[in-house]
Write a protein of this length. Sequence first.
Length: 570
Amino acid sequence: MSAADSPLLPQQLGQLFQRLDPQVGDEVLALISELSHANQAGHVCLPLAHRPERKALRGCALVGRPGEYAPLILDAAGRLYFARHWFDEERLAQGLARLAAPQPLPDPAALRGLLRRLFPEPGGPRPDRQQLAAALAARQRLMVISGGPGTGKTTTVVKLLALLASLSPRPLVMAMAAPTGKAAARLSESVRNARERLDIDAGARRQLPQQAQTLHRLLGLRPGAVTPRHHAGNPLPLDVLVVDEASMIDLALMARTVEALPSQARLILLGDRDQLSSVEAGAVLGELCGDIRYRPETLAWLASVCGDSLPATPAPDSKLGDCVALLTHSHRFGADSGIGELARLVNAGAGPASWRLLLDEAYPDVSRQAGLSDAEALALRQPYWDAVAAGGEPDALQTAFSGFMLLAAERRQVADFNQRAENLLERAGLKPAGRDWYPGRPVMISENDYGLGLFNGDIGFTVAREQGLRVAFPGENGQWREFAPGRLPAHDTVYAMTVHKSQGSEFDQVWLQLPPQAGNALNRALVYTAITRARRRFAAQGEEAVWLRGVESAPRRDSGLAERLKMPMA
């Protein structure tokens, strides 16, 4: 375990580095503590280019240059890293550059015919970005597709996979993965629903994957193991890997994923670049989608095979030029959708305009609420408790549960609401007083258990069986897996959850409880993520000043990944 991974307190971390170098000075120890705090806030490195403290690192035995064996790395741009984070960033940049290297172009006539079958709708006033993304993926081994809710990321990737299967002279081995079990289950369901509607031959259809799994399971990450089962020396037996909810993937996990791909494999990343980044260090998807540009010859090629193209852009200065596609048209939120317009304003950092929209009665699907009373909380959950009282199976409970969710920026708010909800259920006679477990209790796993196949973020529902209470979690192929409550790893009741934990989920109604005061955790990515969890209605609960502060605070994570992917100077 590296210092970057360690849960050590700053004082303990300083003592560790003092044992490594008894001569280390207080100024260096202060920088190490600051770097540790930066990692906990999601930053990969600590920028020191314009800070005088940088001089204290010169000659320190703990600090090395890029590529040297030292616990700390200081690069030429003045970025200070824990060594493991520097190595992860370096191997990820190299792996992505390899994947983005030019490949032989597919046969244009065959590609043109397949695109017409898979994307038969006539072109409209705007480019068909789904078709263009599929065409781009046919000419390279790396494709990053970003888009908000309802922009068709899953539809695009299913057609893209069908395109690759149809173009290949041999059957392809394909797999799908996501960072959480919840996201993997949603991806599996979406792909299964879409694959049967495709106009492709049976052989190509059989190649399409039906079941997604967590990245941890795919890679064979095991507790206590130094390396996963699949790595550069033992790569995944795949030709194509699709990874959904890529915004949730931290630097280390993304580096391991890319490193585990065999030389011929393609990687397709799906996600929303505007959502919250991972809890751990890194904002990989955001950096990959930060500057989307295409080469002129690529745009001309797209026009020749698609009959359509994208607006001209300056020549890319990143090795990922041509490898990123942005889906912009939402099929879920129309022109009259308050949720869609609110998300757009928040993304633009338009604080006052977004607040006015919350108060605008012309948009009944968004609102500002003063608070959530006990009666309102119980009424919003009533369909779920009706399903519990009817002895509903897990499918019915899951559907009813997705009708409403309260989200919060802070864990303390979530814990307070969950306790308040259980007290309310006791008074209503829906929960036995003093008992932790009862039919209908929803729980969220907070600690990975590789043996049980339960992972952080998985949601289960407590059901009554002849042998006692069991907790049901979604499994493969639409099946449910049931466990005795005592077997579960660490978990929490989940009548409310943090916005971070809600990623990969959708609910009919979402209420966002703003904190009493705007802190560092509140920014526009968090507000946008909360809004876009809502399918039908969104409400913000809190004060105008806090909302404005959040919307107008742009998220920032310090990293050198984008710089590493820059083209070398001519």
